[in-house]
Design a protein. Sequence first.
Length: 383
Amino acid sequence: MGISFSQFAEILQPYLKKGLSVEDFVETLFIAILDEPDDDFDLGVKPDTLKSYYYGNTQINSLAERIATYINADRFEQYINENIGEDAKKAIAKELRQFDPSITLTNVAKKSAAIFRECIQSAAVLPRKRKSKKEDNNFPAGQKKAVAKNANSSISYNSLLLMESRGICHYDGCGKPLMLFSNGKSIEDYEIIKIDSKVSDSFNNHVALCSICAKKYKTTANPTNISRLKEIKRQLIAETKKDAIISDIAIEEGLERVIKKIEVATPRQLVKLAEEPVETKKKIEAKNIMLITIVLGFVTQYYPYVDDLFKQASREGKLRFTTFEQQIRLAYLKLKDDGLQQPEIFDQLVKRLSNSTNEKKEPCAVVISYFVQKCEVFDATAE
Ligand SMILES: [Zn+2]
């Protein structure tokens, strides 16, 4: 067939959801071919990337790998039938015929769905033509495997489920690694478990557990266990989505030094903030009392010290402070756009900084609190 996603999307664009931005249109297309996504489902692809899928500047491979197992062509066919009138179908059929001469007015919805499915499935198994660096962070390095061509094969399920679990058994209180590495070889010790045997065979109804927990779950599956495992699975799905949207925070030597110094600061080095940190108070919603307490505490205790450390690092040319500040701002805006609440945003920013610098979470929370007071994180609330 040989049609690219970009060509396909361009043909449909004039007839579907008029008035949508390019990125929203592309997202709508993908969601329409996925297996019953939740209402708050998010593809986890940044708007810029969605746009460049449309214009053909970025290949859809890494998204395709992630979604290949949830494709449901019937849903897409239905979507076309519900959203496109006869005239538009005629026009689409005419354009698509250059890729598949058997397309007619009566089968255009079904054929479009088949073409789209083929686009995704072939992209999921093809070697990447152009790496999208951002998206490669969705899953830990080394765990990325091409999805098998058969969308329902257990192989593709397994590797995706393993990625989702980040190689750890998430059953309550376990935390055992699902793969052990010894002498350069990996030893797998996991089982794919169907969470609820009464529910259909979908990706969302499976999870990877260590062999011990898997056995335990299978022998004691009762309503309480089942709903608990469902909850664990929901969290895994939410985590995967969040990871996909947080932008990279570029790390410079100076930043790690600042964070290290914060960690070992002595009471004598810390001059408390003279006035009340009004900015912080204004920007955190009153209901987030725990977050207010944490951030106010950190700001009062550390703000002048952190401010000095950053100034010193930029003076010495060890850190491009403005760039870093912008990155924090940008990361915050993206999380906010995605509808995350203030405590989650704060938590994600801290986690991200901590992961990229390999430093402890507490000093990173001090840094993020500093940016709350500096007005880069959180905007003034209505109150
Ligand atoms: Zn376990």
